[in-house]
Ligand binder design. Structure first.
Ligand code: SAT
Ligand code: MN
Length: 588
């Protein structure tokens, strides 16, 4: 007798009509075979899916060039299909589930013809974790199968675990014919189901990532009493060897990965990485908040990554284990057959092919690597992986950091007065947009908790859930706000960032440990300059003050913008959030 899982796969195959169905076992041998298939058989736009890079300098590394229209998340084609529109909220595109399915059924009819359907069994989270989830994704491209094997815990055991139950998260993915007009990423939270067609790009196609671990999982968390967040997880070790665990939310392409792999500039400090993108936060038996990273890899932005900005990431990329390392839409040095991107160390190679496969002309003014070109690499290759990484329980979180990319207004760091105030600060956070999504870059948008594109339900209910969680956590973490991106009169970043950010984290740890006081401002607590270790930095006094300046006029404008944003949610917005806004206005 076929299991529920087998029946489900069969049913999807009847619709999509692949030539073959291949059940992945997650083995190393299989990954090699999939890469071979990507090199020799499958094609995108007439090009092979993978090509081999220089194995001496970049061990086990492969190059992938996407369809030229398929380079980032497509938020306008991403839908959350609750039965009613209000549950999806103004923060999501909504379509009636039946209508969405009818639409996708039509588009999917025969979409895998001539291709192989790969069945990917995986868990998000350690299989022994009480917080992990069991999942199946179907896909018709080796690139996605290999990427999922890096990013998740994939293996045959998952199939045994599912047995004949229906209790697994389902993902159906096909690249279709890459037609943007037939591209959709549809979520069905009531059914734990994601259906994606027309794109092979990470956030649209690796369905365990944003689609499940944030959009669907955030809704599960709301029902089950936990949080799925767009956060890194790190352990900060001080010179005495004490490790403080912190989770931090920043919008896509705002330096999360750099923070997660930071090589601190202050002697004696170390940063241990547990995750660079997603955290699942549960309340432990001890009344503290515990975090696990559901993923097992980094899908990071390549441009700007170098031995100067993120040495630990370069080491990770070059570590070469049995996991392949993928580079997508970077440029390629055609002499050395190596990946290249703007900001990489060393001289610009003489002969480069750009991300679209054309010979690159340095005076053309174009970028050789796509600004959202990416690497996919196993976290296990990181020299700074935390010893707690595989702990099924996760790690206890002492602080939550929210951050955005703001050239003005927002100070380098600011501590919230309490949980409710912190939730309000997170809810009102704004950030300048980046190349991680296909929209205009550099405009300010409100991006609460860096979750605007990823919250799978009405954000008013989400804020309420955060407030409720706060009441249930006996020892809630302190909440902080950071902004590495404030600029001077000439438009240059004031704060050096990267490894120097440890100075900001040190202040945060000193605050948690109640070692120092702080200066009260209308928006929260900022450092007394004397408590910050600024030794060896060369920032002029004016600019230094600017880093912590809270300009009343600018903040009044900020509250107006926040008010307009929050008003979209109407009566559903918890009154605590409005109370915090009024209190802030009064303090200003
Ligand atoms: O959405 S992705 O996972 O592809 C990357 C990001 O935007 O954070
Ligand atoms: Mn992200």
């Amino acid at each position: 007798m076929a299991t529920s899982l087998e029946k489900w796969v069969e049913k999807q195959a009847e619709l999509t009509k692949p030539d073959k169905i291949y059940w992945c076992d997650g083995s190393e041998k299989e990954a090699r075979k999939l890469i071979e298939i990507g090199i020799n058989e499958e094609k995108i736009n007439g090009n092979p899916i993978f090509s081999k890079l220089n194995q001496d300098n970049w061990p086990n590394a492969y190059y992938h060039r996407s369809h030229p229209t398929d380079v980032a998340r497509t938020e306008h084609l991403t839908f959350v299909c609750h039965p009613d529109k209000e549950t999806a909220g103004p923060n999501n595109n909504w379509m009636d589930p039946n209508e969405a399915k009818a639409k996708l059924t039509k588009l999917s009819d025969g979409c895998m013809r001539g291709r192989t359907m790969y069945v990917l069994p995986y868990t998000m989270g350690h299989p022994d974790s009480p917080y992990s989830k069991t999942c199946i994704q179907l896909t018709d491209v080796s690139y996605v199968a290999v990427s999922m094997r890096i990013m998740t815990r994939m293996g045959k055991k998952v199939i045994d675990k599912i047995g004949n139950s229906e209790n697994f998260v389902k993902g159906l993915h096909s690249v279709g014919d890459f037609d943007q007009n037939k591209r959709f990423v549809m979520h069905f939270p009531q059914e734990n189901f994601v259906w994606s067609i027309g794109s092979g790009y990470g956030g649209n196609a690796l369905l365990g990532k944003k689609c499940f671990s944030l959009r669907i999982a955030s809704y599960q968390g709301k029902k089950e009493g936990w949080l799925a967040e767009h956060m890194i997880i790190i352990g900060i070790e001080d010179p005495q060897g004490k490790i403080t665990y912190v989770a931090a939310a920043l919008p896509s392409a705002c330096g999360k990965t750099n923070l997660a792999l930071m090589q601190p500039s202050l002697p004696g400090y170390k940063i241990w990485v547990l995750g660079d993108d997603i955290a699942w936060l549960n309340i432990g038996e001890d009344g503290r908040l515990w975090a696990i990273n559901p993923e097992t890899g980094f899908f990071g932005v390549a441009p700007g990554t170098s031995m100067k900005t993120n040495p630990n990431m370069i080491r990770t990329l070059k570590a070469g284990t049995f996991f392949p390392t993928l580079f997508t839409n970077t440029a390629v040095d055609t002499d050395k057959i190596e990946p290249w991107w703007e900001g990489l160390d060393g001289e610009i190679p003489k002969n480069l092919t750009d991300w679209q496969g054309n010979k690159w002309d340095p005076v053309s003014g174009t970028k050789a690597a796509h600004p959202n070109s990416r690497f996919t690499v196993s976290i296990t290759q990181s020299p700074t992986i935390s010893k707690e990484y595989n702990n099924p329980k996760g790690v206890p979180i002492s602080a939550i950091i929210f951050g955005g990319k703001r050239s003005t207004t927002v100070p380098l760091i600011c501590e919230s007065f309490n949980w409710q105030h912190g939730v309000f600060s997170g809810a009102s956070m704004g950030s300048e947009t980046t190349a991680a999504a296909t929209s205009k870059v550099g405009v300010l948008r409100r991006d609460p908790m860096a979750m605007l594109p990823f919250c799978g339900y009405n954000m008013a209910d989400y804020f309420k859930h955060w407030l409720d969680m706060g009441k249930r956590i006996k020892n809630p973490p302190s909440i902080f706000f950071v902004n590495w991106f404030r600029t001077d009169d000439k438009g240059k970043f004031i704060w050096p960032g990267f490894g120097e950010n440890i100075r900001v984290l040190k202040w945060l740890i000193d605050r948690i440990n109640k070692k120092i006081s702080a200066k009260e401002t209308p928006i929260g607590l900022v450092p007394n300059l004397s408590d910050l270790n600024l030794e060896g930095l060369n920032i002029d006094k004016n600019n230094l003050e600017k880093l912590f300046e809270v300009d009343s006029q600018k903040w009044q404008e900020e509250t107006e913008d926040t008010k307009t944003f929050l008003e979209q949610f109407g009566d559903r917005m918890p009154k605590e959030i409005w109370n915090e806004l009024s209190a802030l206005k009064k303090r200003l």
